[in-house]
Design a protein around this ligand. Sequence first.
Ligand SMILES: Cc1cc2nc3c(=O)[nH]c(=O)nc-3n(C[C@H](O)[C@H](O)[C@H](O)COP(=O)(O)OP(=O)(O)OC[C@H]3O[C@@H](n4cnc5c(N)ncnc54)[C@H](O)[C@@H]3O)c2cc1C
Length: 388
Amino acid sequence: MDFSITAEQREMVETVRKLRHKQLAPNAIKWLNGDFPWENMKSLGEIGVLGMAVPQEYGGMDASVLDTVLVLEEISKACYATALAVLGEIGVQPRIIANYAPEALKRKYLPRVADGSGVLAICLTEPDAGTDVPNYKTNSQVKGDRVIVKGAKTLISRADIADVLIVFTRINSVPGAAGIGCVLVPQGTKGLTAKPSYHTMGGEYLCDVVFDECEVPLDHLILRENSMKTLLNAFNTQRCLNASVCLGCAEGALEEAVKYMRERKAFGQPIGDFQGMRWKGADMYIEVEAARGLLYRAAVSGNPFPDRAMAAMAKIYCNEMAIRVTSEAVQVHGGYGFCDEFAVSRLFRGARFGSLGGGTTETLRNFVGEHLVKRMDLNTGVFGLSKL
Ligand SMILES: Cc1cc2nc3c(=O)[nH]c(=O)nc-3n(C[C@H](O)[C@H](O)[C@H](O)COP(=O)(O)OP(=O)(O)OC[C@H]3O[C@@H](n4cnc5c(N)ncnc54)[C@H](O)[C@@H]3O)c2cc1C
């Protein structure tokens, strides 16, 4: 098996690494106040990062899922808030538009994603149902050449500033999973309100969104009834990117912990000379490397939408690994580790988002368990889980 990354991938990561040290890391603390990191987005747009998931004809790069995972990992080592902002632009959002929207809407929205001037929001979670997609209440009623969207969403990233909201919706009141499709609601549509309502422990705000009989043209209904499987399959991309944010937070925290172990002295010697600290460092390193292997393998299991079981396993492991590793990095820093001014504190708080967004770890364990019991071909052995 070839575990190397290409020269182009290395070059892209190096470019992002330079920006990480020059701009992202030194300013990371200021985004704890919940402001959207527009200045970082501008810089990332200039080096092509924001167009990675956008096809070339709309100004993007049409990069692979692994490319986006590598870049997001590098950003996440420095700044969780920027990583989450970028996740919305190089993950499932532009890929849903690129794969399912009509040409005119692709031309309208995708070039603005690529140059960093516009952002996208994706709305699944509702006040009464998050994980439970088949019970979503938001409904889109088709009336001639118009669609009337009515309902409410919650905990939505960037809904207040997005150009357009990508909304999971019931179509024509068809009940259950069979009724789920997807509609685009542009910002400024009459009846749409999106209000930042919750300030998170990671720093960003999440929005409550109301669709009060929002009327959009029929071509904005980009996926009709019976599309839940298609939409959740697209989410396998998001799962790999969510895992990449967690991997990056863990790596950033490990780097900080190693620096601190070398510099901080106790009892007349660097704390890194105590066996207790070295074993902590060794365990953190092992976990990061194991997670990286699982994630990169998941990222190449399908393009643009990776294999469901592989993406779920990578996400679960990276989410839980990042909580353990960032927490240990806080411990290595003693009391300073609990302070906003120290990167490990912010990375610890950021890493906690992973097991909640993009499919909870419990739901994904259900997928993996179902795959094992109902579908996995035992004749192909342990490699049977992936398409590799
Ligand atoms: C930082 C952040 C950003 C977010 N951004 C967005 C966004 O942009 N768009 C969006 O739509 N949502 C977003 N969310 C919301 C997120 O997707 C939901 O919180 C998540 O899907 C869970 O839904 P819920 O909160 O309603 O929990 P629930 O679905 O009510 O679940 C509550 C608990 O029950 C467990 N549970 C539920 N069903 C099962 C089951 N079958 N088996 C075992 N356990 C189960 C869950 O795992 C969880 O632990 C964001 C969340 C965070 C933290």
